[in-house]
Each structure stands twice: as C-alpha cells, then as structure tokens.
Design a protein around this ligand. Structure first.
Ligand SMILES: C[S@@+](CC[C@H](N)C(=O)[O-])C[C@H]1O[C@@H](n2cnc3c(N)ncnc32)[C@H](O)[C@@H]1O
Ligand code: SF4
Length: 383
C-alpha cells in the first residue's frame, strides 16, 4: 500500500505587506506572479515524477503570502497540475489561505470547483484601529462578508487566524474578536502569540519607541481568556495555538505534529520525508532562475535526522498537541523508556500543574498552564 503524503504550496505574494510579517511574500505585478507559477508547476511535475508513484496525497495546503491574491484561474491551474502529477485521495483535505478583502464570488467558485474544501481566513483582530496599527488594509466587515459568501456557496469548513499580544491590543479587543468568531460559529480558530520578527516594520516601530511591547503577564492573560472562552463555546484546544469544533481539526496541521511525510513546493517551502528535513531556497529570484534554467529543485538545506534528533522532535511536536507524548509510541519507535529516563522532571512538572499523565492512553500531556511555558518544559525534557 502506498504511504500518505501531504503537500504544502507556497504562494509568496500579497496585496500589501503587514507591519509584523516576515513570511516570504512580496507585492508583485501579475506578470511576476505568472512567471513564478510556471516554475511552481515545473517543480510539481518534477516532484511528481520523483514521488508520485510511491505516495498518495492525503492533504494539500495552499499557503503564503496570500494565495487569494493570484489572478482568477491560477489556483485551479495549480491544482490541475497536482492532480496530473500525483494521486490525490478522493477525500483529501485541501486548504487555501485567504485574506478577506481579496475574496470574490468568482474566486470561491473557482476554488470549490478545483477541489478546495477548507478556507483559512486571516482576521487577526476585529478592531479596526488595531488592524491599521498592524498595517492590514482589511476590516471585520470584509471578514463577515467573506464568511457569508463562502457559506452561501456551500463552503462551511472555515478557519480564522487571530494574533494576540500586539502593541496597543487590550483584553477588551480580544473579547470582541472572540465574540465575533463564536457568534459566526467559525468552526476552527488559530490563535498566534505575536512574534516580533527581525527586519519588520513592527520591529523598527518598537525600537524607535513608537510602539510598546506588551508584558508577558498581559499576553498570558490574553491567551487564558482565549482558551477559556473558546472551550466554553465547545472548541477543543487540539494544539497549543489551534482550537476546533468537533470534526473540524485540520488534518494537514496534524501531519506536521505527528512527523508524517510532507513535501513543500515553492519558494521557502519545507519538507519532511523519510526522516530527512529539507527546504527550498527562500529567495524568489533564485527559485525562478533555478527552475527556468534546469530540471532540479533548488533545495538549500538538507538534513538527515539522527535518532536523538528524531526523539527530540517527537517530544517537541507531540507536547504541542492535546494528545500529548505517547510513551508507548516513543518506546516502540526508539526502544527508550522516556518516562523512566525523565522520571524526576516529569513528576515535578506534574506536581506543579504543567503536565498530566493520561493513564488511558499512557501519554504525557501539557495543561493550559503548561502550554504557556511549553518551550521551557521541552528544553528541560530533551536537552
Ligand atoms: C502565512 S500567514 C498569512 C495568511 C494570510 N496572508 C493572512 O494574512 O491572513 C498565516 C498567519 O500567521 C500569523 N502571523 C504572521 N506573522 C506573525 C507574527 N509575526 N506573529 C504571530 N503571528 C503571525 C497570522 O495570524 C497569519 O494569518
Ligand atoms: S500577514 Fe498575510 S497578508 Fe500580511 S504580509 Fe503576511 S502573508 Fe501577507
């Protein structure tokens, strides 16, 4: 039987650049976008020849950047190339990232017709003033319109992204954003704690004193509020940043945390296949030059993981999820008794309320309190 494979496609274009964002994405003319897409299709075909016969595709994630800013017809054309190059399961989860202000009825039709069945919308906040501080030319009304249009056309598997901990953001902003999402009954919500990235406008604004970073305490309170509010509204926190109503957890996301095979296509896309991690160049011009010139994919980092690194990854990734670290799976894969090796540390984390032992599944799981200091817990357990 062929193994499952997930595909990630990176679309490095946006209609404008948000102040906080360091993802590989630029504002570009249609001709630049089309030239990139030709290269991406070439990469899909090359990878199809390499892996198409050994794997069956179970999930596809078209992310960015802003895939919905591509000219009409281009998502359909990309997916067509995938269908020709790989076997895609009939029930594959196919997600597209969307900025509400770039969505039209024609685009929704195109995506649905091409097989997209999950829509991830960036709301970030419902506060119009804060959206301006973030440098996002969007509004909560655009988000509401996008959700209504999707539903009118039969698309119900919708996710929304929120950012918390942004300078000037308040608890009351978070309450209002959550109210909007629960009122609209959005079945999946991703909540990201702001990360102030190098070379972003936000970083300069903070360094120059124009904006002040929130304290750790304030951000912890915000995440507590998010977790409690969403749980109260029947969402499950199935991963540290992800909340879903029953049946709406993202299958693609789970592939990352379960260390299953995924192949990244496009500039800056990362892959994990057969215990090897690799990434394409993150330079768009370089990516295009390479693929236009030859028949090779411009991979720049490639690393076969040692057994120790695989063990570390299993701990790091599984503790992010509500299923936690299965001690039986760990033993089965590495022949190491993780609980015995870390007995004192685990006992101490359990005593302080950061971890719990799920006796039914024989797994160690982080609590909400533990999720707030996950990096510290992980570093004590693996290093
Ligand atoms: C690939 S990005 C963008 C998707 C889409 N273009 C949008 O803006 O909605 C996915 C998500 O990452 C989050 N994100 C981006 N930069 C971030 C940062 N510096 N800190 C925290 N979250 C960030 C945002 O919530 C964003 O929606
Ligand atoms: S947050 Fe989204 S829209 Fe804004 S620059 Fe990043 S990828 Fe583009």
């Amino acid at each position: 039987m062929r193994k499952g494979l997930s595909l990630y496609l990176h679309i490095p274009f946006c209609n404008s650049k948000c102040n906080y964002c360091s993802f590989v994405s630029v504002v570009a003319k249609d001709e630049v976008k089309l030239r990139y897409l030709d290269c991406l299709k070439k990469e899909i075909e090359l990878r199809g020849k390499e892996f198409g016969a050994s794997y069956v595709v179970t999930t596809i994630y078209i992310g960015g950047g802003t895939p919905s800013c591509l000219p009409n017809g281009e998502i359909k054309s990309l997916l067509k190339t995938i269908y020709k190059s790989f076997t895609v399961k009939n029930d594959a989860e196919i997600t597209i990232e969307i900025n509400p202000n770039s969505l039209t009825k024609e685009k929704i039709n195109e995506y649905l017709f091409a097989g997209v069945n999950r829509f991830s919308l960036g709301l970030q906040t419902s506060n119009e003033k804060l959206l301006k501080v973030m440098g996002r030319p969007d509004s909560s009304q655009n988000f509401i319109n996008a959700v209504n249009s999707l539903r009118e056309q039969g698309a119900n598997n919708i996710s929304a992204d929120l950012i918390i901990g942004y300078p000037t953001q308040t608890i009351s902003d978070i309450k209002t954003s959550l109210n909007l999402l629960t009122k609209l009954n959005i079945p999946h919500v991703s909540v990201y704690m702001l990360s102030v990235e190098e070379k972003t406008k936000l970083k300069s604004q903070i360094e120059e004193g124009g904006l002040k970073q929130l304290s750790e305490d304030e951000v912890v309170k915000m995440m507590d509020l998010v977790s409690q509010t969403l749980k109260f509204s029947d969402y499950e926190r199935y991963e540290v940043s992800n909340f879903a109503k029953p049946g709406f957890a993202s299958r693609h996301n789970k592939v990352y945390w379960q260390r299953l095979n995924y192949l990244g296509l496009g500039v800056a896309a990362h892959s994990y296949l057969k215990n090897c991690r690799f990434a394409n160049t993150s330079d768009i011009a370089n990516y295009v030059r390479f693929l236009e010139r030859g028949d090779q994919v411009p991979v720049c980092d490639l690393k076969f993981l040692t057994k120790e690194e695989q063990m570390e990854e299993m701990v790091m990734l599984s503790l992010r999820t509500n299923e936690g670290l299965s001690l039986d799976k760990f033993y089965l894969e590495f022949k190491v008794n993780f609980a015995a090796k870390n007995k004192a540390k685990i006992a101490s984390f359990i005593k302080s309320g950061y971890l719990v032992l799920n006796q039914k599944t024989n797994s160690i799981c982080a609590t909400d309190k533990g999720f707030m200091v996950l990096n510290k817990i992980i570093s004590e357990l693996v290093f």
